[in-house]
Design a protein around this ligand. Structure first.
Ligand SMILES: C[S@@+](CC[C@H](N)C(=O)[O-])C[C@H]1O[C@@H](n2cnc3c(N)ncnc32)[C@H](O)[C@@H]1O
Length: 211
């Protein structure tokens, strides 16, 4: 499968970069990434962390700063161009969440972080992608997925300014991970505030010893 085109992000990449000079809108988001990085370290297995939908690469750089080997992946060539400009020492690959790039074939994936990127994937396809990831990850390896959320029971499309997007109830995200073979370890659910119209959720999970 070829990379999903991201014309919206390509067109708005420079504006996105100016608007979001750091990755984190809140302290809890930064702490969530730090906690995930600590847990990946604790695995002690080496390998590579993939930052799927890395955007302009700020979180990729943070993961590297925590001492992890990391590759940033994004389907938007413009976002990757900017990420490479900010972080020329880091590795970035143009690809979508299916991870079909030949550059990733031989990578041993010890963990995957997907912050606010799977929101742009239709919900049915998210389930497919999570299963694909599970087949490429050893039992015990880690995954962390962040999305905009909702207090209702159903996944809901919302009016994202750049591309089609869906927000996930925390339980639905956890169930999708479990169905693919990832058991929830912890979650954070934030409340809307002046800067954020919706709740947001991070679910961090571990590849189960089955499937
Ligand atoms: C809101 S930005 C988040 C960037 C970064 N993860 C962060 O936390 O700052 C969403 C990113 O997801 C990427 N994206 C869109 N569709 C994707 C897909 N199918 N697979 C992987 N990434 C995708 C976009 O190109 C964009 O860079």
């Amino acid at each position: 499968m070829t990379s999903a085109a991201q014309p919206g992000y390509d067109a708005l990449a420079e504006l996105y970069d100016e608007t979001f000079p750091t990755a984190y809108g809140s302290a809890w988001e930064r702490h969530a990434v730090a906690a995930f990085a600590d847990e990946v370290h604790a695995l002690g297995t080496g390998g590579t962390v993939l930052d799927v939908g890395c955007g302009t690469g700020h979180v990729t750089a943070d993961l590297a700063g925590f001492g992890l080997t990391v590759i940033g992946i994004d389907p938007s060539r413009e976002m990757v161009r900017i990420a490479r400009g900010h972080h020329p020492d880091l590795r970035f690959v143009v690809d979508d969440a299916h991870l079909n790039s030949a550059e990733l074939t031989d990578v041993t994936i010890t963990a995957i972080l997907a912050r606010f990127s799977l929101i742009h994937v239709p919900p049915d396809e998210v389930s497919v992608i999570l299963r694909e990831w599970a087949t490429r990850m050893a039992p015990g390896s880690m995954i962390s997925v962040a999305t905009q959320s909702t207090d209702n029971d159903d996944v809901a499309e919302f009016d994202h300014v750049v591309a089609r997007a869906w927000r996930w109830p925390a339980d639905r995200l956890s169930e999708a991970l479990a169905d693919a073979g990832f058991d929830e370890v912890w979650r954070i659910v934030s409340r809307p505030d002046d800067q954020h119209r919706f709740p947001a959720v991070v679910v961090t999970a571990r590849r189960a010893h089955w499937g």
